[in-house]
Design a protein around this ligand. Structure first.
Ligand code: BGC
Length: 247
């Protein structure tokens, strides 16, 4: 069964057709820059354009960079505040005429990694972090998702900003940090989360995951840390899987 998975990000909106039985992309990945300002109207317009590129009809799965409750977007740290408490699933469904399932983007990536990637058959507490424009988190206990964890927004000792502002892939690029410098930040962030949750495995995904060799070996955690096996495509795959579950 092929479902269109869409990953709305702070810099790009990406989509592909996903075979949700095998977890493989069955089309090219299409990408459109996230509009600025990233209002609901503008972003939904981009989603519509992507659907048209695929001439797609069927259930739609969308990963969104904020908390999702009952189809509403509750937060949007890296998009326009118009998304806060916005009935997004209903609005997208109305615009596209496709049955729409919304899920937090990091939860989507986690769902895909747990089923088809680095978290497959791993029990206990597994944490996934997506390192991109922000930092997303997904928490699994014996394969069961605890939805909407927002661990990119913790404060670290001595800091007065969200950890994601200091430790995301965007921070690395915008501040021109060397991998080594950025790895020190990531290491202290993950040490804090390790201390709070005591996971048995940490999976690192998002835009930075393709360069994992440059920073994962520099981390000093007691927890095993591995890159997302589905790399940055995990979000698209998991969004499509979430749509299947709903139908
Ligand atoms: C948002 C999360 C999201 C993460 C990655 C954070 O700023 O609050 O919901 O998962 O960015 O996009």
């Amino acid at each position: 069964m092929n479902i269109l998975g869409v990953d709305i990000g702070g810099t790009g909106v990406k989509a592909a057709l996903v075979d949700v039985v095998t977890g493989k992309l069955v089309s090219e990945r299409e990408r459109i820059e996230t509009p600025k300002p990233a209002t609901p109207e503008a972003v939904i317009g981009v989603v519509q354009q992507l659907i048209e590129r695929f001439s797609y009809e069927g259930p739609l799965g969308i990963g969104f960079p904020g908390v999702i409750l009952g189809g509403q977007t509750m937060t949007a740290a890296n998009l326009d505040p118009g998304w806060v408490q916005f009935p997004a699933a209903a609005a997208i469904q109305q615009q596209t005429s496709l049955p729409t399932t919304l899920v937090n983007d990091a939860d989507a990536a986690g769902i895909a990694e747990m089923r088809f990637g680095a978290g497959r058959r791993v029990n206990g507490v597994v944490m996934i972090f997506t390192l991109g424009t922000g930092i997303g988190s997904a928490l699994f206990v014996n394969g069961q998702l605890v939805p909407n964890t927002e661990l990119g927004h913790v404060y670290l000792q001595g800091q007065t900003i969200d950890a994601e502002k200091y430790t995301s892939e965007r921070a690395r690029i915008e501040e021109g940090l060397k991998w080594k410098e950025w790895a020190v930040r990531l290491d202290s962030y993950l040490h804090h989360l390790e201390f709070l949750f005591w996971p048995s495995l940490i999976i690192l995904g998002g835009g930075a995951s393709k360069d994992y060799k440059k920073f994962v070996p520099r981390l000093t955690l007691r927890t095993k840390v591995v890159p997302a096996r589905l790399r940055n495509e995990a979000g698209i795959i998991g969004a499509a899987m979430a749509a299947k579950k709903d139908k």
